[in-house]
Design a protein. Structure first.
Length: 80
């Protein structure tokens, strides 16, 4: 199975959701090659970007699980 490079951009709109997001990133940490988090306190949100080197099934699995967390939005960009 071929690995793809992907970026998952995640916006956390409630501080209570951060623990769930971080738990998922820990679960998939073996596929994460980089992470950048930006707390925008004046807006009450956090933006977290992760870069993955993983099979598309893993990328989709993480993305789907992120989408199930309340007050969390994410989008995925995958290489061809």
């Amino acid at each position: 199975m071929e690995n793809k490079i992907a970026v998952i951009a995640t916006v956390v709109k409630d501080a209570n959701a951060v623990d769930g997001v971080n738990a998922l990133f820990h679960e998939f940490s073996s596929y994460i090659v980089g992470r950048m988090g930006l707390p925008l306190k004046e807006r009450g949100i956090s933006v977290i970007n992760v870069v993955l080197d993983a099979p598309i099934e893993i990328i989709n699995n993480l993305s789907g699980k992120l989408g199930m967390i309340e007050n969390v939005s994410s989008k995925v960009l995958v290489t061809k």
